[in-house]
Design a protein around this ligand. Sequence first.
Ligand code: XIL
Length: 361
Amino acid sequence: MKRILILLVMMSAAATAQVAAVPSLAQTFGPYFPVGAAVGPDDTTGPHAEILKRHFNSIVAENDMKWARIHPAESTFEFSRADALAAFARTNHMRMRGHTLAWHRQNPEWLFQDANGNPLQPTAENKALVLSRLEKHIRSVVGRYRDDVYAWDVVNEVIDPGQPDGFRRSPWYLLTGTDYIDTAFRTAREVAPNAKLFINDYDTTDPVKRQFLFNLVRDLKRRGVPLDGVGHQMHVNIDCPPVADFVETVNLFVQLGVDQQVTELDMSLYHDSQDSYPRPYPVALDRQAARYRELFDALRQMKGKITGVTFWGVADDHTWRSSRTRTDWPLLFDNQTQPKAAFWAVVGAAQPAASTRNPGQ
Ligand code: XIL
């Protein structure tokens, strides 16, 4: 009996040691940048919350601060979900990023309609109308989270390299030209003077796209529009873009003296939109780990140039990269919230021999 008891005590000590042996992401990168994750209220309890508290010191709402969620009707704000996330960040001494104020997706219909529900046509009056809607929205949302959000994605995905002038033909653009960009930054600065204000986009390693983005940021800064930083979403895959291209992009924007963050990092296991696997296979997971290692080695080497790295999710059991038709595994923790090979690669530690690779996925 006594022997069994001793054995049990030893086993539980070993289990504790095993847990403690997993290095914390946030601590590992403490000298470099905060490590964030995109979350919703479901992530604030259960296994995801445990991962967040141990490994992350920053969060961003995956959807709950987007216009359609937080401002669904002209005189209706739905703050409860975003409030819950802000409270979680406060309780756990995490930073919070804000995402996002002006975007072409996840908007409520009323935003670009007149009082009768008809689409707004591009006229001077309608331009003034949507700019005043934008201003009111920013005053309310940024004002409410003034003490919680330290960095805002003020405008999101405004560049379209397929356009001759590089500007996405979003409803914002069609109704206001590029004035919505100025209005969004100026209003956000006025309401939250201490927040870092970002322009955020994907594919910023694409040479044509990044040049349009560079020109826009340079122009905004020259004209005194209060912009502090550039966010690189970094929804990448196990093939591309090359890490060297990302380094080149960061070094390009360093010339403009802006803050830079990786804002939505995840790495699909798929090469293209046609592939589909029932489960992640070891070669792809190893490739993912190697690419994540390369990326984080580069991030370490660029110390001082990158002021935040946020993953677009906590663990593979909840990721926007998975759809109804195929499952993806783009993050550092698996479906059971266990650290993957990619996790060990990122923290620069050997994967413990005992840990199985993505058990049960
Ligand atoms: C995604 C969310 O993850 C999904 O849940 C939602 O259905 C669509 O939006 N770029 C962005 C993010 O800036 O807001 C997007 O988030 C992913 C792409």
